[in-house]
Design a binder for this molecule. Structure first.
Ligand SMILES: [Zn+2]
Length: 346
């Protein structure tokens, strides 16, 4: 009596597994070298639909699994364009190990030219981790990455740039995660050889049961070598920002002995580990004479906000000395927006 039920259950499980998990099938395939492009589709209870493109490149020889994600924010184009060029250039015959490349993590935001959130469910993917398998489409994408891609990755690189309203200087960053000293050490080493001049570490202070929110913080929480680049500004595709991203990836792959196309580290590194954020306390128009990369001293005026009649509401001062990593560079601001991030070395 048990047997038919058991067989039916087994068949059902196998079929459900195949339908859901193209990624696992290709990732665990013994065919090498291999390059496969897949789209994972998502639908939620409100009938929102979206998809996650994933390219899996397996080299002939065994080696680390290096994951690269672009387009968590669909309006940050240098990361997306840089990854497009990497996909065209990287030859799997010369690759050791595996590359998992997500060229545009938030396709709904990208194709609708929406800066931060997925317009389907109004959720910011950069804030949705670990995600939820029964949630909205963006929460499902986060859950898929957390449960399928992070666990099989050794190195996890999340690439961002300045959105349409953001000025920033390029930097490579990692979490200074005391729970995983070996991975943190490797993350520091990889950022230092990336070719970026500014190397920024963020403190990692969340508990294991707290939501990581950001994808590479999720990877750090799960004990992976977790890194990020910020390159490009104001929603444009700057050629030098794209090159910095590509060289950064090639330098890291070279360091991991996965691919031989590195250009070497930047001769002059600036290490920063102390970030302070100035938040808007009013909604209005923001004016500032400063740009990303400028140095400020504690107490300096950094700008002011007016209402829509041009009347000044508040002046803002720097709470610390340092260099402006990024700032809002277009007029509109809302309460609690980060006007700028000032970074220094403790
Ligand atoms: Zn971003």
């Amino acid at each position: 009596m048990l047997k038919p039920y058991f067989i039916a259950l087994l068949l059902f499980s196998i079929q459900a597994g195949i339908a859901q998990n193209d990624f696992q099938d290709i990732f665990s395939s013994n065919t090498k070298p291999l390059k496969e492009n897949i789209r994972i589709e998502f639908q939620d209870s409100r009938n929102n639909q979206t998809f996650l493109p994933i390219s899996i490149l397996k080299g002939q020889r065994e080696g680390p699994v290096f994951t690269i994600v672009a387009g968590v924010h669909g309006f940050e184009y240098p990361p997306i364009v840089g990854v497009q060029e990497l996909l065209r250039e990287i030859d799997v015959d010369s690759l050791t190990g595996t590359l998992i490349i997500i060229p545009i993590a938030n396709t709904s935001s990208f194709f609708s030219r929406t800066s931060i959130v997925n317009p389907n469910d109004q959720v910011n993917l950069n804030g949705a981790f670990p995600g939820k398998s029964t949630g909205s489409v963006t929460q499902k994408i986060a859950d898929f990455i957390t449960t399928n891609i992070i666990p099989v990755s050794d190195i996890f690189l999340d690439i961002h740039g300045g959105g349409v309203n953001e000025d920033l200087i390029p930097f490579a960053l990692f979490y200074d995660n005391p729970n995983y000293p070996q991975q943190t050490k490797k993350a520091r080493e990889l950022t230092e050889i990336s070719g970026f001049e500014y190397i920024v570490s963020y403190p990692f202070t969340i508990r294991d049961d707290e939501p990581a929110k950001y994808v590479f913080k999720q990877a750090s929480q799960n004990g992976k070598v977790a890194l990020s680049f910020e390159s490009g500004r104001l929603g444009n595709v700057q050629k030098d920002a794209v090159s910095l991203i590509k060289n950064g990836v090639y330098n890291m792959l070279d360091n991991m002995e996965m691919y031989d196309k590195g250009t070497g580290l930047n001769a002059y590194l600036i290490q920063l580990n102390n970030q302070t954020y100035i938040s808007a306390t009013e909604t209005g128009l923001f004016y500032s004479h400063l740009k990303a990369g400028d140095s400020v001293k504690k107490g300096d005026n950094i700008g002011y906000i007016t209402n829509e009649f041009g009347e000044k509401l508040n002046e803002y001062k720097a709470h610390s000395s340092g260099i402006i990593l990024y700032k809002i560079s277009t007029p509109p601001v809302n309460v609690d927006d980060t006007l700028m991030c000032i970074s220094s070395s403790l």
